[in-house]
Design a protein around this ligand. Structure first.
Ligand SMILES: [Zn+2]
Length: 413
């Protein structure tokens, strides 16, 4: 009898231990964690449970995880937020960014670059937003948020984006409020006139819905004043995208002809105006970016402006773009800040872009390849570099959605 009780007790204790021993679904062990929001920049273990970050600590016992992923010599960061992309893929308006083939499907290009959140930058206006939601946002594993185009028709191209009558701030604001789980801002783009009405309509929609505005400063020939845009029309928290573009005939650049950053640009940034890279297929010039970074004018947010034109050109993907900044001399911590916590704050989503306990476990694991690499700008000019971020592993809400080299494999031959 005594022996039986002993055996039963032993089994019970063992069971308790087994349950205790596997508290976490995944432990990412031994990686260098960079979590700018929480000021973490050291080797730490990260444990995930029920799709959320459960623990970040110097040492988490491997026995406590159902699965343990060894991230030694790698960097563990919050899932990357790409704040400027075009993912309203469709077949209706070719080749437009709105329901057209110039946009791309989110899951096809996110996880493989460490990205877990895409923010579509105005591909859709209010007229098509529900289609965009149904067709793309609702069916994607990637978290898709959006800046709503101030133009009702969205990025349908040509005359549609010049039609001031279709830039109705009340309608845009109404949709932004109705779909506030997805719409994080208002976008103005591609307007080529000299009228400030489109800018002011976008800002007025932003005010009504209490969200920021992102402005692609268009193509007015001769150019409008950048200082006037930043200081008189945009509010602190509003976003100037394509900040390293150089189209002297139609857009005033932040860096002057002698390679000097204009003083009002620093002022604008200091007073809270946000500068976004929006690399794209035509908006990233070494002649702007290198002197700007050297003089301390660094984009608040690193974003790709992903679409079929940019991904097959000089931009490629977020990890390649982030590598450009690394090779311009920005510390890795800073590069991660500008592609995680900074965009999260800009779009007022403080639950994103960090590894705080209880947040959805969107995580990226990068290695850094060393060697000789070339980085192109949109003119075809190459900058050489010796390091490149490689997206090894991506988790979205605790689920492994990308594993480049099988580092999370549970079977091996
Ligand atoms: Zn864009």
């Amino acid at each position: 009898m005594k022996i039986k009780i002993l055996i039963i007790s032993a089994i019970l204790i063992a069971l308790t231990f087994t349950v205790y021993a596997q508290t976490y679904s995944i432990i990412i062990k031994g990686g260098h964690v960079i979590d700018p929001k929480n000021k973490i920049d050291e080797i730490m273990d990260v444990a995930i449970m029920d799709g959320k970050i459960a623990k970040v600590a110097k040492e988490i016992d491997s026995k406590e995880g159902k699965q343990v992923v060894n991230a030694t010599n790698m960097y563990v960061t919050p899932g990357i937020i790409d704040m400027h992309v075009h993912v309203f893929y469709g077949t209706r308006y070719l080749p437009a960014l709105m329901d057209g083939a110039a946009s791309v499907g989110p899951d096809e290009f996110s996880f493989r670059a460490g990205v877990t959140t895409f923010v579509d930058a105005g591909s859709s206006g209010w007229r098509e937003f529900e289609i965009f939601k149904k067709q793309t946002i609702d069916i994607s594993q990637t978290r898709v948020l959006a800046f709503l185009n101030i133009v009702g028709e969205g990025m349908r191209g040509g005359p549609f984006e010049q039609n001031i009558k279709d830039m109705e701030s009340h309608k845009a604001a109404r949709y932004a409020k109705k779909y506030s789980s997805y719409i994080v801002g208002i976008k103005l783009a591609h307007y080529d006139g000299h009228d400030w009405t489109p800018t002011d309509s976008a800002v007025s929609a932003g005010k009504l819905a209490n969200i920021p505005v992102m402005v692609d400063f268009g193509l007015a020939d001769p150019p409008l004043s950048l200082e006037e845009l930043l200081m008189k029309h945009l509010r602190p928290g509003d976003i100037y995208t394509h900040c390293y573009a150089y189209w002297p005939k139609t857009r005033e650049a932040p860096v002057d002809e002698n390679g000097k950053v204009k003083p009002f640009v620093f002022e604008a940034q200091k007073s809270g105006r946000i500068f976004d890279v929006g690399h794209g297929g035509g908006s990233f010039f070494w002649s702007q970016a290198i002197p700007a970074v050297r003089q301390g004018f660094i984009a608040d947010v690193i974003s790709s402006d992903l679409h079929t034109g940019s991904m097959n050109g000089a931009m490629k993907d977020m990890s390649n773009l982030m590598s450009k900044f690394l090779n311009m001399g920005l510390p890795l911590q800073d590069v991660i800040l500008r592609s995680t916590w900074n965009p999260a704050r800009v779009i007022n989503r403080p639950e994103l872009g960090n590894l705080s306990i209880g947040t959805e476990a969107d995580v990226a694991v990068f290695s850094i390849a060393r060697g000789n690499f070339g980085f192109l700008d949109i003119t075809g000019e190459k900058m050489n570099g010796d390091q490149k971020l490689v997206a090894e592993l991506t988790l979205r809400a605790g689920k492994i959605v990308w594993d480049l080299n099988g580092m999370a494999a549970t079977k091996e031959r």
